[in-house]
Design a protein around this ligand. Structure first.
Ligand SMILES: Nc1nc2c(ncn2[C@@H]2O[C@H](COP(=O)(O)OP(=O)(O)OP(=O)(O)O)[C@@H](O)[C@H]2O)c(=O)[nH]1
Ligand SMILES: Nc1nc2c(ncn2[C@@H]2O[C@H](COP(=O)(O)OP(=O)(O)OP(=O)(O)O)[C@@H](O)[C@H]2O)c(=O)[nH]1
Length: 437
């Protein structure tokens, strides 16, 4: 089971700053204007050898009937449901505010361990003022910290990790593909997700809560188990338009980072467009498996025997030199080939984890290399001695040779093509690297 730390608190106390410090990347969106962190953000962190997930909740404004704020409130509750430990962040500069008290009232109902994190305690003097938060009558202890400088965070984390389960527990999600569904607006992402989760919905496990909107929920659909990343954002449409594009891009990127396989949906009625090419490029750059769905296939009129083939060629041409992604023609509306799409995703995931033995690899590849050795450059002859697959998260092949610097890009493509020809790896980016030997 995962260890989850949720950071909650009213807007502008420094949740994003603290989150970024823990996660070590600028994953959350930060802004001086309050209320900017509008979505649940999560990332992975580590403290003295213990790994955990950090959830940064957006600002929570009580008693408002604004839909957007309502959804924020829900997300906070969700975070609370899912958390192993709750960090309730307050601001020593501001002292106890009415909103802090309202937060405390909600949090008091939670049975989870809660720590009050008194942020912006940049100086010793400020640290002393943190004592006033004991008045909230909540939590195990108040920890003065400065998210900006990092002071005090170590003591806090030492306490927090005491609540974690031990590391040697098996990851229950090991071997289950994490899927991100990507694509331009209106291509059918929500419909696809709803089809997967809707009628044949069958939640296998949830990290903690019972809600379907869990951060990493495992589903079984069409007979396959998988984890959909950040589906809440896909299915729940807010009525607020400001910055929606920005947030949807952010969400896609985040979902992509967390996933093993990206399902990229293309609209059959529009063909492949620049934005689609960008999305696929992003997935490949991130070394994710890719499955392309050409959706709304039902809307394509007068389909002949070659229509799909022509479509495929057009896509590969636009994505050149990448031609390893499977393409499935689907209609989410009529459920045509949706089952096949899911099967393909699982297959690509398995390809991504595939390991080829060194003996097999050398047997096959050294023969190919002998038939077509690296062309000599400036009188230099490159001699490749052996090849091995390096144990990494995505297929990486190291070719050991005398003069790695004299190998051209085109020869790398040749090697990649031969690996694919013999061993498959459909849908998965391959790394070919050279080492001096
Ligand atoms: N002095 C000081 N300022 C801080 C510290 N941590 C954060 N801030 C500042 O406080 C402001 C709000 O920080 P954020 O991290 O955006 O706060 P948030 O709680 O995520 O805010 P919302 O997105 O509105 O929920 C920013 O201007 C930060 O630079 C700190 O330790 N000391
Ligand atoms: N004919 C047809 N319509 C479809 C298909 N898939 C989705 N649609 C329709 O296309 C429209 C957009 O679908 P959504 O699922 O909302 O698309 P989305 O990609 O989630 O859109 P955004 O949330 O804007 O990014 C809806 O009216 C769907 O009913 C399909 O396979 N065939």
């Amino acid at each position: 089971m995962a260890n989850i730390v949720a950071i909650v608190g009213r807007p502008n106390v420094g949740k994003s700053t603290f989150f970024n410090r823990l996660v070590g990347q600028r994953k959350a969106i930060m802004d001086d204007e309050s209320g900017v962190t509008r979505d649940r953000h999560y990332g992975y962190a580590e403290w003295i050898g213990k790994n955990f997930t950090v959830v940064d909740t957006g600002g929570y404004v009580h008693g408002s009937d604004d839909i957007f704020e309502e959804s924020i409130r829900k997300q906070v509750e969700l975070a609370i449901n899912e958390a192993t430990v709750i960090l309730f962040m307050v601001d020593v500069e501001a002292g106890v505010t009415g909103l802090d008290e309202e937060f405390a009232n909600v949090l008091r109902r939670s049975k989870k361990p809660i720590y009050i994190v008194a942020n912006k305690a940049d100086t010793f003097q400020r640290g002393h003022q943190a004592g006033e938060f004991y008045a909230l009558g909540l939590g195990e202890e108040v920890f003065p910290i400065s998210s900006q400088s990092g002071s005090g965070t170590g003591d806090l984390l030492d306490e927090v990790v005491k609540h974690f389960k031990t590391e040697d527990e098996e990851n229950p999600d090991e071997g289950i593909p994490k899927i991100a569904i990507m694509g331009r607006p209106n291509v059918g992402k929500s419909s696809f997700v709803n089809l997967l989760l809707g009628e044949e919905r069958n939640i296998v496990t949830d990290i903690a809560g019972t809600t379907r909107d869990s951060i990493h929920s495992r589903y079984k659909s069409f007979g396959k188990e998988f984890i959909l990343i950040d589906t809440a954002g896909l299915r729940r449409k807010t009525k607020v338009h400001e910055d929606i594009e920005f947030y949807s891009v952010m969400r896609s990127i985040r979902a992509l980072e967390e996933s093993d396989v990206a399902v990229v949906m293309i609209d059959a009625t529009r063909g492949i467009e620049a934005q689609d090419v960008n999305i696929v490029g992003l997935a490949i750059k991130n070394k994710k498996g890719v499955v392309i769905l050409v959706n709304k296939w039902d809307l394509v009129e007068d389909k002949g025997t070659n229509t799909a083939k022509e479509f495929e060629e057009m896509i590969y041409e636009k994505l050149a030199p990448h031609n390893f992604m499977p393409i499935i023609f689907t209609s989410v509306l009529t459920k045509q080939r949706v089952h096949k799409a899911i099967e393909k995703v699982i297959e690509v995931y398995e390809n991504k984890r595939m390991k080829i033995s060194t003996s097999k690899l050398n047997e096959v590849m050294l023969k190919e290399i002998e038939n077509y050795p690296p062309p000599s450059i400036k009188g230099k002859f490159v001699k490749i001695k052996y090849v091995t697959q390096i144990p990494t998260h995505n297929p990486t092949f190291a070719f050991f040779c005398n003069l790695p610097q004299y190998i051209r890009e085109s020869y790398t493509r040749f090697l990649e093509n031969k690996i694919r020809k013999h061993f498959g790896f459909e849908g998965v980016p391959i790394n070919v690297i050279y080492k001096k030997k």
